[in-house]
Structure formats: structure tokens, C-alpha cells
Design a protein around this ligand. Structure first.
Ligand code: KIV
Length: 314
């Protein structure tokens, strides 16, 4: 089988001389778990109408959790700014910080497709700047980059990156890096005009060559229509259940930080409260001398101990 998808050529042969585990999956192989996932694997899930799973990770541990759960795509999302790093918003994150986290996630990554966000300020200045930034992301371990928006300059940037050999995931609907011009973090596509704008944006970046796109915070029927209108997968967050896949921010999914969450986030665990409880129990045990016990320590040879004591008596 040989297919060309917007500048990327795939075939189902094994090119073991290209990389240690460069196995390009055919459509019948997308159920294989122990192969490094590629964008053709994601395309195959899409063509087989299998929902695509994506989750963010910000370090080696969260990356390993994504691997153990056999998630299809691990995204080093710039949401790490306002989760792990405690910034007010994603626009405060800089490129060096992002690269540091991409490397960390890469060390925990094995099989899932690794995608990294281009942070605010690292790609908007010029196509040259965007290309240089995306190359750094790839060198740090990303297999693809994600960038927000669909204005003419962004469309040209996507084309350039794809031609350079860097797969691009787009991001339309609510684009948090533009929250200042959008007037906040608001549901998009609520009027006819705005709904058509989101659809047109999705079509423009598809035309530019994205292999998939995040569709954030649009009414679920609009998410369904946009997904039907496209021939690349949509990964929804707050875009309903009819998109080609779903993504959640790992801090929301695991309940890693207190405070209200957006309506579209579902919390599957309670890491923050469980963590605080564990720390309180630890502190109580230290204060009441219940920790550590002998079993947490190491023995010394009787002879050595006696000699140390003798030395002290001298
Ligand atoms: O940065 C991020 O976590 C994201 C997801 C919301 C898709 O872009």
C-alpha cells in the first residue's frame, strides 16, 4: 500500500534502517500496541472510525502514565503553564521552558505519538521563526507540533512546516493563546457567523496540510458537522462526542489541582486531595515518631558498630 497524505508519503513496509523501531503501520495494524505510533497510525484509526485518545503530559512521570494507559497521542500542551508551572495563563510560557518539558516527556515516552505545542511568541513573528522553533521541538523529541489558529500567516506557516517534514496538528475553536483578543475563554461558534468561521478555519488548515486538529469549546452539534466536513481527524475538547477523538488536560483528568474546572473536563481521580492526605499522614507519623521504622532503614555490622563506639570512647 502506498499513500500520500498532503506531502507525507507512507507505505506499509518496514524501514528498519531508518530508525530502531520505524514500523509504519498498515490499516490492519492499528490495533497493535507495542509499536511506535506514527501519524499514519492516527490516520488509520480515523479511517477505521476508531476514537482517537489523546492526553497531555508535562514530565516523564505523566508521560509514563500515558504509555501505561496505551493512549494514542501524548501532547506536551502549553497548558503545562497554568497547571504544572503555576503561571496565570499559557502566554507566559517561554520556548526554553517548553523544550525542557518536551525532553522530560520524551524520556517517559515509548509508543504514543508525541506532539508538542508551539508556545505563544515562538512562531508568530515569521515563518522562519516558526520553522526554527518547530525544528527545536523535533530535536527535543516531538514527532509533530501543534499550533493554534488559521489566519493567513498561520496557514503559510503550516504549509512550510509540512514541507520541511514536520507534521502539524492544528487547533481551532477556542484558541487559549488568543484569549486576550477573544475576550476571554468563551464557547466559540454560537452564532451562524461564528460557527461558519470555525468551520472555515478548520477547512483552511486542513488544506494547508495538518494531519489532525484540536477542536476546542464549540457546541457539540457544530463539532459533529465540522468533523463530517473534514477528511482529517478532529480531536475534541468541549466539542461533543462526535469528533474523531478526545483530549483532556492531565491535571484536570487526574484531579491534580483544586479549583473549578471547565464544564468539558471530566475528573477521573483525586490526586490533589489524596496527595494532601498522604502528606498529612506522613507529617503526623514523623511528629509522633511512627516513621521511619526499623524496616525502612539499613543494618550495620555489629563489629563495625563496636569499633565506632570504641573510637568515640578514646
Ligand atoms: O495545551 C493544551 O493542553 C491543549 C489541549 C487543551 C488540547 O492545547
Amino acid at each position: 500500500m502506498f499513500r500520500s497524505i498532503r506531502g507525507f508519503a507512507f507505505n506499509s513496509l518496514r524501514y528498519s534502517s531508518y530508525s530502531s523501531n520505524a514500523i509504519v503501520q498498515s490499516s490492519t495494524e492499528s490495533s497493535q500496541q507495542n509499536v511506535k505510533k506514527t501519524i499514519s497510525y492516527i490516520q488509520n484509526l480515523y479511517h477505521e472510525k476508531k476514537p482517537i485518545t489523546m492526553v497531555t503530559a508535562f514530565d516523564s512521570i505523566t508521560s509514563r502514565m500515558s504509555e501505561e494507559a496505551q493512549i494514542d497521542i501524548t501532547l506536551v500542551g502549553d497548558s503545562l503553564a497554568n497547571t504544572s508551572l503555576g503561571y496565570r495563563d499559557t502566554n507566559q510560557l517561554n520556548l526554553e521552558e517548553m523544550l525542557y518539558h518536551v525532553r522530560s516527556v520524551r524520556r517517559g515516552n515509548q509508543f504514543s505519538l508525541l506532539v508538542a505545542d508551539l508556545p505563544f511568541g515562538s512562531y508568530e513573528v515569521s515563518i522562519e521563526q516558526a520553522t526554527a522553533t518547530a525544528i527545536q521541538m523535533v530535536k527535543a523529541g516531538a514527532q509533530a507540533v501543534k499550533l493554534e489558529g488559521a489566519d493567513d500567516e498561520t496557514v503559510r506557516t503550516i504549509k512550510k512546516l509540512v514541507n520541511t517534514g514536520i507534521p502539524v496538528m492544528g487547533h481551532v475553536g477556542l484558541t487559549p493563546q488568543k484569549h486576550n483578543t477573544m475576550g476571554g475563554y468563551k464557547l466559540q461558534g454560537t452564532s451562524t457567523e461564528s460557527a461558519m468561521q470555525v468551520l472555515e478555519a478548520a477547512k483552511k488548515i486542513q488544506e494547508a496540510g495538518v494531519f489532525s486538529m484540536v477542536l476546542e469549546c464549540v457546541p457539540y452539534r457544530l463539532g459533529e458537522i465540522i468533523t463530517q466536513e473534514l477528511s482529517v481527524p478532529t480531536i475534541g475538547i468541549g466539542a461533543g462526542g462526535q469528533t474523531s477523538g478526545q483530549v483532556l488536560v492531565i491535571a484536570d483528568l487526574l484531579g491534580m489541582q483544586p479549583g473549578p474546572l471547565p464544564r468539558f473536563a471530566k475528573t477521573y481521580a483525586n490526586f490533589f486531595d489524596n496527595g494532601v492526605l498522604a502528606l498529612k499522614t506522613y507529617a503526623e507519623e514523623v511528629r509522633s515518631e511512627q516513621f521511619p521504622l526499623q524496616e525502612h532503614g539499613y543494618k550495620i555490622k555489629k563489629m563495625v558498630l563496636e569499633e565506632v563506639r570504641k573510637n568515640l570512647e578514646k
